[in-house]
Structures are given as C-alpha cells and as structure tokens.
Design a binder for this molecule. Structure first.
Ligand SMILES: NC(=O)c1ccc[n+]([C@@H]2O[C@H](COP(=O)([O-])OP(=O)(O)OC[C@H]3O[C@@H](n4cnc5c(N)ncnc54)[C@H](O)[C@@H]3O)[C@@H](O)[C@H]2O)c1
Length: 347
C-alpha cells in the first residue's frame, strides 16, 4: 500500500492499493463516521464496480444511495449537474453526509463540483477507476463542467476528503482508455521528470500513479489555485481542449492532449521561446505508443476555443514551454500574439 498526504487548504490522503474496493469500508471508517453516502457514477462503471463498493460500505453501517448517468464527456454538463443536485436533495443528503465519485475523470469532475456546491459544500471521496483519473484528475481538488463555448469553463477548487485508488480496476479498461492515462502521464514526464518515460512504456501502473501523484502534490502544495506553477500541468491543454471540443468530444481527453502537446511544443519553438524543438521526439514517442496525433483543424477553428482559456488574465496568457523532456517553463504572452502562436504550431 502507498499513502501520499496532500496538504493544501485542507489535507487529504491518497491511498493506492490493489483490490482496495472490497475492503474500502475499513479504510473509509478511519476517515469518516458511518453516515449516508451517495455513490455518483456512470452506467459503465456502475455495472462493473458499484455493487462491490455498496456492499462494502453497508457492511460497516453506512447507508448508501446511488446516482448513475450516461458515460462520456457530454455528461459533464449543467443539465446532468442540476439533475444530480435534485436527486441528492430528494435522497435527503445532509451537510454531514458524503459523496463518492466512483469513475473516471468525468465522474470525478462532475461529482466534485456537485460536492463543492450542494449545501455550500459537502465531503466527497474520489475513487478513480481510469488510469487518467488515478494519476491526474482525482488529485488537486479541481472540479469542472463544460459549457457550449468550451471545456471546464465552470468549476471550483474543492478538495476531496480522501482518494482511494485500486489499480486492478484498470483490467477492465479498453486500450483506448488506458492510452488516455498514458498521455497525461507523458505530460507529467515532459513537465518535470523524464525518468517516468520508461515505467510509462512498461505499464508500471502503481509506480507511475505514485510518481504522478507526488509530482502533482509538490506543485499544488505551492500553487493550489493554479495562479502560476500549477499551470505547467496544463501543457498540451490549450490546444488539446480546443481539439476535443472541435471533435464534438468524439476524440477523448488523453488523445486530444497527446496531439496538443506536440502542437504546443512546436509553437513554443517556432515562437523562439526555447532553443530546443522537442516536438519531433514527442511525436515519435507518442506514435510508438499507438497515438495518431494529427490536428486537422484550421487556425481559425482552434482560435474559437483557445480564446476561451481560463489562463487568459489581463490580456496575457502563460504559455507552457518545454525546454527539454523533463523540464518546462512558463512564458507570458500578450493575447494579441495568440493567433501567431497557434499558427506557428501548425507549421
Ligand atoms: N480535474 C482535473 O484536474 C482533471 C485533470 C485531467 C483531466 N480531467 C478531466 O477528466 C476527463 C477525462 O477522464 P477519463 O479519461 O477518465 O474519462 P471518462 O471519465 O469519460 O472515462 C472514460 C470511459 O471509461 C469508462 N470507465 C471508467 N472506468 C472504467 C473501468 N475501470 N473499466 C472499464 N471502463 C471504465 C467510463 O465509463 C468512460 O466511458 C475529462 O473531462 C477531463 O477534462 C480533469
């Protein structure tokens, strides 16, 4: 078992352990007293894992209820959000009860945002069931929903009470979903630690998750609210989010980020922000892992969503510039130069 404690505005443990689901009652009891727990999940994860979670919790005196929504990025919407809020109110969840987010990043972002706003904030536990959610989205307390104008434009920072990760649940993940996690792990490697590349290629899930969580811990403990340092973790996301949105979410998050990272590495080099063009090495690496990171959208199409970035503040945006694989820096760009940046990533 690996335990990592993250200390920001609140402190919480991330526990990584094989087969944790069947004994999670024992662990959860160390953190909260028996209460009503609402399991929020999508229908795929529901059919695979919610019974195990429910049985385990009820054996220790927790009362459970469950809310299930359709899987996929389209569910990260205001309408799913309001349906969940109405349902948990109907279930009589009170301020001293708890929510469990059982699923991938979509469930985590949505259930986390519900927890941050219901009755002005109630406790929630993240149980990530995708590789991506385990190594990235369940950590750091960032929650979010999409608007028609772009990804994650609504959200809040709201830390979980606990994160419980069971890597054995990745056995049921389709290859394409494992690749989503690989893309975010490679982002971590490019931003801070190139020694991660080998364990990522070897699918050493527990090691990679532990290392990515530790990296995120070291960053969010300095900059919880993403005012500077934490923005480094958004490498590939400015273009990646635009690609995801333009594809109508038919391209998943990790695959869009893979393409976004190559694009942004090329743009940074062509803008003269770094002497080192890592885009070719990154492309070779990602293709060797099965990605096909082409970006077929025009500069104008990409710009529609790039200009909606939350990183734009006072007419500036911090661009993430890879200096080498394992080291990135932030460069401040005037928004008037954004179109040039996007154009130069295309070349
Ligand atoms: N909050 C953050 O800091 C943060 C960071 C990175 C990404 N994200 C968000 O995370 C989302 C992507 O997360 P994701 O890739 O986990 O996608 P996802 O939640 O849509 O899950 C992908 C698919 O896998 C299925 N699934 C989940 N666990 C499974 C399992 N164990 N076995 C079989 N199928 C399973 C789901 O039902 C879904 O169909 C995006 O919305 C992205 O914006 C948030």
């Amino acid at each position: 078992m690996k335990k990592i404690t993250i200390s920001t505005s609140t402190s919480y443990d991330v526990i990584i352990k094989d087969n944790i689901l069947s004994t999670l009652n024992e662990i959860i009891l160390e953190y909260i007293e028996p209460c009503k727990i609402c399991i929020i999940t999508d229908s795929t994860v529901n059919s695979l894992y919610s019974k195990k979670v429910k049985t385990s919790l009820e054996s220790s005196g927790f009362t459970t209820t469950k809310i299930v929504f359709p899987p996929g990025e389209h569910s990260k919407s205001l309408s799913t959000y309001s349906n969940i809020l109405e349902a948990i109110a109907d279930e009589g969840l009170t301020k001293t009860d708890c929510i469990i987010a059982l699923g991938g990043g979509v469930v985590g972002d949505l259930a986390g945002f519900v927890a941050s706003t219901y009755m002005s904030g109630i406790r929630y536990i993240q149980i990530p069931t995708t590789y991506l959610a385990a190594l990235d989205s369940s950590i750091g307390g960032k929650t979010g929903l999409n608007l028609l104008r772009g990804k994650n434009l609504v959200g809040a920072f709201w830390n979980p009470k606990l994160v419980l990760c069971d890597p054995t649940v990745f056995n049921t993940l389709p290859t394409i979903r494992r690749m989503d996690g690989i893309a975010e792990a490679i982002k971590c490697a490019v931003v801070t630690d190139n020694t991660l590349l080998c364990p990522i290629k070897n699918n050493s899930y527990t090691y990679v998750i532990g290392r990515c969580v530790s990296i995120k811990k070291s960053i969010v403990e300095v900059d919880q609210y993403e005012e500077s340092l934490r923005q480094l973790l958004s490498f590939g996301h400015l273009i990646g989010h635009a690609i995801e949105k333009l594809s109508g979410y038919s391209l998943s998050h990790g695959h869009a980020i893979a393409a976004g990272m190559i694009y942004e590495a090329r743009a940074a080099y062509n803008m003269g922000f770094t002497d080192n063009d890592i885009s070719s090495d990154l492309e070779i690496l990602l293709r060797s892992l099965g990605f096909t990171p082409e970006v077929s959208y025009t500069v104008e199409e990409l710009m529609q969503y790039v200009v909606m970035s939350k990183r734009i503040q006072k007419n500036h945006i911090n661009i993430i510039v890879p200096v080498e694989i394992g080291k990135c820096k932030l460069v401040k760009l005037n928004v008037s130069q954004l179109e040039e940046y996007v154009r130069l990533g295309k070349e």
